[in-house]
Design a binder for this molecule. Structure first.
Ligand code: MLC
Ligand code: AMP
Length: 467
């Protein structure tokens, strides 16, 4: 496991995590200040070893979101790298510094498979983010299914630069290599040069979100060295959001690599993936993983049997990769679960070979920007606290780099209206930086239906393709 010039072997990792696990045994839940550093991985692995649920916290959360996460999860401890300055909101939580000095300890016995392992916060259409409680059984089943799909073994070295507070970077990107027994090189921050350097040096697999592949496509077209490094990888894998046809083709043209796509959700982990030896196409996320039950249903909840790549239905998922529920939110859990099936809100078709083609989402109030899920309601609530905002609606519109960019439609309460930097800065004090609006459009009134609900489809129509 390597971050820049710092690394831990399996033996070293085992020694430091066993020692730390012993200090966590009396806790019910621990928060982990999830900077992209070795200490974050050590803290999460130690919590797993101790059978204590870990709550990875995005270090860039704004004050409102951080306050919510801490009061909702009520961790017994916050684990952080020594020397890290923690914000005020965390001063009430006892702190434990994560030491990388190899002390010896004995790992406690393996906890029950259904016990909570991770609680990962993810945005919904309204309100603050919800804590997705993932049991050990889901992590194990999800990683094993991906290992089989990609013939991912201890010979592989995974390269990535993903944040360590979401499923992609933490479950797939850290726990994945540890479970298959391979290596992991984290780049600390993403750049095409760093990806190329690590792939050329040691990497066999690259994980990234589509925004990273968009930037890699441009870099590979410019720089033959970057194209060559990408070419020699065993697998380039994209997920968390839709990879555009154009970026898929640009990478194929520049490197000869056909990016493998996979689809998933925090609540279900990864459920579909193109196989290492399966057909590669730009528009599919592949068939369901082994052990995952997946179906498409129509608007009346009827199961769609057609495998014609045309009939559209909502994806529902069941099986061992599912979460236990949202922390403290049985109401929200009941909304998405029925008879053991998770309603994903994603809409797709299924082809004759079982591969899924994603065609959109049911909710217009969920935005994916840079691979981050962003709820429109949360940003609207933050903007309504600004004195210059009388009414507001937030939408996502197409962006070649980010997939979607956050747009705020504002009816100003002041003259002149608040500037975009002012509103973006206001949101950033409350929420994570990627939730800032990139564009603000001013209106004299929001379009509403006869019930007074904002017609977001009207707003999207105003800008056409978002250009
Ligand atoms: C952003 N910035 C703004 C702004 N919005 N500045 C002013 N106004 C705004 N409205 C700032 C950013 O904070 C950043 O500043 C700088 O502008 C560039 O931002 P960016 O364009 O967003 O790029 P970057 O920071 O390079 O990030 C791109 C990225 C990142 C791809 C590296 O989005 C990323 O790591 N995404 C991964 C998300 C992820 O892991 N998703 C998985 C979810 S799990 P500064 O100061 O920071 O430079 C899941 C399940 C599954 O979905 O299937 O996997
Ligand atoms: P999150 O809640 O952050 O886990 O995001 C999950 C959502 O990301 C899914 O419901 C999808 O909408 C989206 N997603 C994940 N992978 C893909 C993919 N390969 N293509 C398109 N959308 C994806």
């Amino acid at each position: 496991m390597r971050f820049g010039h710092r690394s831990l072997t399996y033996r070293e990792l085992s020694a430091v995590t066993a020692a730390l696990a012993g200090r966590l045994l009396s806790a019910k839940r621990v928060a982990v200040w999830a900077e992209p550093v070795l200490e974050t991985c050590v803290a999460v692995v130690a919590a797993l070893a101790a059978g204590v649920a870990a709550v990875p916290v995005n270090p860039r959360l704004g004050a409102r979101e951080l306050g919510h996460v801490i009061s909702d999860a009520s961790p017994d401890l916050i684990l952080a790298a020594p020397g890290t300055a923690l914000p005020q909101a965390l001063h009430t939580v006892p702190r434990l510094d994560i030491s990388l000095q190899a002390h010896h300890g004995i790992n406690p016995p393996e906890p029950e498979p259904e016990s909570p392992a991770l609680i990962i916060y993810t945005s919904g259409t309204t309100g603050p983010p919800k804590g997705v409680v993932l049991p050990r059984r889901a992590l194990a089943a999800g990683i094993d299914a991906l290992a089989a799909a990609w013939r991912w073994t201890d010979c592989d070295v995974l390269v990535h630069a993903l944040p360590l507070f979401h499923v992609h970077g933490l479950v797939l990107g850290v726990l994945g290599p540890l479970r298959v027994g391979g290596g992991m090189h984290h780049l600390t921050s993403f750049s095409a040069d760093a990806v190329a350097e690590r792939l050329a040096a040691a990497g066999t697999i690259l994980f990234g979100v589509p925004t990273m592949y968009h930037r890699l496509a441009a870099a590979a077209e410019q720089d033959p060295g970057i194209a060559a490094a990408l070419r020699q990888a065993r697998l380039l894998v994209s997920g968390s959001a839709a990879l555009s046809l154009s970026d898929y083709e640009r990478i194929a043209a520049a490197t000869g690599q056909h990016v493998v796509q996979r689809y998933g959700m925090t609540e279900s982990l990864i459920t579909c993936a193109v196989r290492w030896n399966g057909p590669r196409r730009p528009d599919t996320v592949g068939p369901p993983l082994d052990g995952v039950a997946l179906r498409l249903v129509d608007d009346h909840g009827q199961v769609i049997d057609a495998v014609d790549d045309e009939t559209i239905g909502e994806i529902e998922v069941a099986g061992p990769t599912l979460f236990l529920g949202y922390l403290n939110r049985p109401d929200a859990t009941a909304e998405v679960m029925h008879d053991g099936w998770l309603r994903t809100g994603d809409v797709a078709t299924r082809g004759p070979d079982g591969s899924l083609r994603l065609v959109g989402r049911k909710a217009t109030d969920l935005i994916k920007s840079g691979g981050y899920k962003i709820g429109a309601g949360e940003i609207e609530d933050a903007l309504l606290d600004h004195p210059g905002v009388a009414e507001v609606a937030v939408t996502g519109e197409p962006d070649p780099d980010l997939g979607q960019r956050v747009v705020a439609w504002v009816v100003p309460a002041s003259d002149p209206p608040p500037a975009v930097q002012d509103l973006a800065g206001h949101v950033a004090t409350m929420l994570a930086p990627h939730k800032r609006p990139r564009v603000v459009r001013y209106l004299t009134a929001l379009p509403r239906n006869e019930l007074g609900k904002v017609c977001k489809s009207e707003l999207v129509r105003i800008t056409g393709d978002g250009a």
